[in-house]
Ligand binder design. Structure first.
Ligand code: NAD
Length: 295
């Protein structure tokens, strides 16, 4: 029989952990959250406008009431049926967190990573229950989730994961065998690599890439319009860099290495929406102005 999910724990409540916690609360799950940074959940709610597309603003107060912030990892995960890890994209950090979660949860608790690039096969051993581990990769402000198994994940665990994703009113994108980047994220990643190199090597103005993307995708009139650079700002340029480094470490192909210019932006504190400046400046980025598509 499939495990019934009632209590969901989210570990790491930055950009994506906060979104996942709110989506879970909106679907009436009992949610517990833990982050090593005090106030991360509240601070993320202040800057993450994309969440409004998934959880309408008028439902935020009731969702927040269903989310319990705790001070220790153990309190968050000890009674959870499902734990979603959303800590930074670094294998060493994630393995450590997974090992801790593994020790502090019931053996039948399902563990998922929201990693954007690390297959769960690289984390499952540290959890102590590889048959109950999977990738559940959410997208910022979008109602779709990549679902991918590890080397020993039980079919009923994948089924439970897919049903849970559906219960959040998200579309599951099932990956049939391990693939770096999952389903749509691999497509998005190819776009990112290309446009970052075009910008860093001085071939184009990043604004033109975004303009072209918006026109190509019929976003001219959309209040939600964005191009690849605007989307990278939303994701966080530090997060983008870490993800690209995972691909580079895997391929060792210099074309996969994220450009130095991106690293320099990060060193200047230009992290995107969350720091108020990335490729664009916030809260009123240039790409949302009426003249942007016809400068
Ligand atoms: P983020 O930097 O906004 O948040 C990470 C949070 O984890 C921070 O609040 C940090 O304090 C916390 N943290 C760090 N170490 C911790 C620990 N040991 N225990 C508990 N909390 C800890 O990052 P993010 O953008 O939310 O990304 C988190 C994960 O989600 C990454 O694996 C990333 O690849 C993935 N992801 C991000 C996006 C995106 O659009 N940003 C989309 C899909 C997936």
């Amino acid at each position: 029989m499939n495990k019934k999910i009632e209590i969901v724990a989210v570990v790491g409540t930055g950009t994506l952990g906060t979104q996942i916690a709110m989506q879970s609360a909106n679907a009436n799950y009992h949610v517990k959250i833990f982050d090593i940074r005090e106030g991360s959940f509240q601070n993320t709610l202040k800057t993450n406008k994309d969440l409004e597309r998934l959880v309408p603003l008028d439902k935020w107060p009731s969702c927040k009431k269903k989310i319990h912030q705790v001070k220790h990892l153990e309190e968050a995960v000890e009674e959870a049926d499902l734990v979603i890890e959303a800590v930074p994209e670094d294998l060493v950090t994630k393995r450590k967190v997974w090992a801790d979660i593994g020790l502090k949860t019931n053996p039948d608790t399902i563990l998922a990573t929201n990693s954007s690039s690390i297959p769960v096969s690289q984390l499952e051993e540290s959890s102590g229950r590889p048959e109950r581990c999977l990738n559940l990769h959410f997208y910022i402000g979008m109602n779709m989730v990549d679902v991918m198994k590890g080397t020993r994940t039980l079919p009923k665990v994948i089924e439970t994961g897919i049903n849970w994703v559906r219960s959040l009113e998200c579309i599951p994108l099932t990956v049939k065998k391990e693939l770096l980047g999952f389903c749509f994220n691999r497509v998005w990643r190819a776009v990112k690599r290309e446009v970052l190199n075009m910008w860093a090597n001085g071939f184009v103005d990043f604004r033109d890439v975004d303009r072209a993307w918006m026109i190509f995708n019929g976003m001219n009139e959309s209040p939600e319009r964005f191009g690849p650079f605007a989307l990278m700002d939303k994701v966080g340029l530090d997060v983008i860099y870490d993800i690209e480094m995972v691909y580079y470490s895997d391929s060792k192909d210099s074309k996969d290495r994220p450009p130095k210019k991106l690293k320099e932006k990060i060193a200047r504190g230009e992290l995107g929406v969350k720091s108020g400046k990335g490729f664009y400046t916030y809260p009123d980025p240039e790409y949302m102005t009426p003249d942007f598509l016809n400068p």
